[in-house]
Design a protein around this ligand. Sequence first.
Ligand SMILES: Nc1ncnc2c1ncn2[C@@H]1O[C@H](COP(=O)(O)OP(=O)(O)OP(=O)(O)O)[C@@H](O)[C@H]1O
Ligand SMILES: [Mg+2]
Length: 247
Amino acid sequence: MAASHVLLARAIRRHELIEHALHDTNRELESFSYSVSHDLRAPLRSIDGFSQALVEDAGPTLDERSRSHLERIRSATQRMGRLIDDLLALSRVTRAEMKRERVDVSEIATQVAAELARHAPARAVAVTIAPGLTATGDPQLVRLALQNLIENAWKFTSRRAQASIEVGPTKDAHGEPAFFVRDNGAGYDPSVATKLFGPFQRLHPASDFPGTGIGLATVKRIVHRHGGRIWAEGKIDAGACFYFTLG
Ligand SMILES: Nc1ncnc2c1ncn2[C@@H]1O[C@H](COP(=O)(O)OP(=O)(O)OP(=O)(O)O)[C@@H](O)[C@H]1O
Ligand SMILES: [Mg+2]
């Protein structure tokens, strides 16, 4: 074998080893964050439970200030509980076995929107879902991704008198089939758009729009597990549009 071939073969082998090691480290990190999140639940439940017992037993004898401190402990533990649940859900997305089936994207999007409408009957949102959208993927993960994107569209249009949400087909820069979820809501500042998909990153204050900031990180992982890509366009006060492919 020519010397250049030997060198090339060595370089490829080294590359494979590094990739393998990286993969293992990722798995270790993933299982570490899963078990930490899991183990944090028990002490948290205890803090919440005992502070509730304290409110019930000693509440009437406490002064206003002490009662309010106890209430703050309780609401902080509940918020932390939600963060842990969200982290666990994010971790499950990476660990779950993946199926590859034909998925009816239009049907799932319609069900997700109907569920949101059922929970908020006072809101009038014009939802348009293109018929016949299909993909190959894991039905549960695709549902979770659509749920997060449509829930966001629903939430960030909550201040619009005439809210509208559209789900439809498009193409990416290479002409490959993609999907979009568009809304005419609060939009976001495009100069900080790189933060959108990071865990716990939020571009709006929780007092305006509640949330923990884990939804889009979950969607990104789902899309990447399918070998797809996700990107977004938005402007402050001029709505947002999220695009994704599923590989
Ligand atoms: N449709 C949208 N319109 C405007 N901003 C959005 C939209 N979707 C997401 N964002 C911005 O991206 C941030 C991250 O979204 P993400 O779904 O991860 O978190 P969240 O909705 O705030 O909380 P969670 O999904 O965990 O309940 C949001 O807080 C918001 O600032
Ligand atoms: Mg969200």
